[in-house]
Design a protein. Structure first.
Length: 214
């Protein structure tokens, strides 16, 4: 079992460099309104540090088509990630594969919500409630993870080095996504927390308790 790791909300070159050194699978850059929001020039500089072997993800939320198109053209992410009320047609309109965040903090049924986004490459199952922005640092019931999903699903919300092992054991997710759980302050990653998080994922995926889902 290989659990993909996405470290999100990068704002500093040293944090991106360490993420690359740790061999994570995806690095997230945030363009939505957030303490971790990047300007285009800052994002371009960080993007240049991400090698082809790691997916660069641009996170947006209810932004105009022109704004998203400018991010796609100038930053050149590998994936877009939509966190708002965007519909499938809007998300698919930029010529890039995309992730759609699903708000698992309410009563949403992941399978039904996923069906509404037939063009999505994959999904982020986050702990925010509908209308929220994510990044709450809270988790949702991992038993609601859709094990039979045909597309990649990343588990997010409330993950830290101390909790991610239990999340992997319980949900056996395709991937895990963390931002605030590896920070000393919003947008400032704690390097020891980053190392411990990646080590905890690798330890959990190697455990027989994590199952054999790939």
């Amino acid at each position: 079992m290989h659990t993909r790791i996405k470290l999100c909300g990068m704002t500093r070159p040293q944090d991106v460099r360490l993420a690359v050194e740790l061999g994570v699978d995806y690095i997230g850059l945030i363009f939505a309104r957030s303490p971790r929001q990047l300007g285009i020039e800052q994002a371009i500089a960080l993007r240049s540090l991400i090698p082809d072997s790691i997916g660069a993800v641009a996170l947006v939320m209810d932004q105009s088509a022109d704004a998203v198109a400018a991010i796609a053209a100038q930053v050149q992410p590998d994936l877009l990630q939509f966190h708002g009320n965007e519909d499938d047609a809007f998300c698919a309109g930029f010529g890039l594969p995309f992730l759609k965040a699903l708000p698992m903090g309410g009563a949403l049924q992941a399978e039904a919500a996923m069906a509404g986004f037939p063009s999505a490459w994959g999904f982020i199952l986050d702990s925010h409630v509908p209308g929220g922005a994510g990044g709450s640092g809270k988790s949702f019931d991992w038993a609601r993870y859709p094990h039979d999903a045909a597309r990649p699903c990343m588990l997010a919300g409330g993950l830290t080095a101390e909790t991610v092992g239990a999340a992997i054991t319980a949900a056996r997710p395709w991937g895990v996504d963390v931002s605030s759980g590896i920070e000393s302050a919003p947008g400032h990653k704690d390097h020891q927390a980053m190392r411990r998080f990646v080590a905890a994922v690798r330890a959990a995926e190697a455990s027989p308790k994590a199952g054999a889902v790939v």
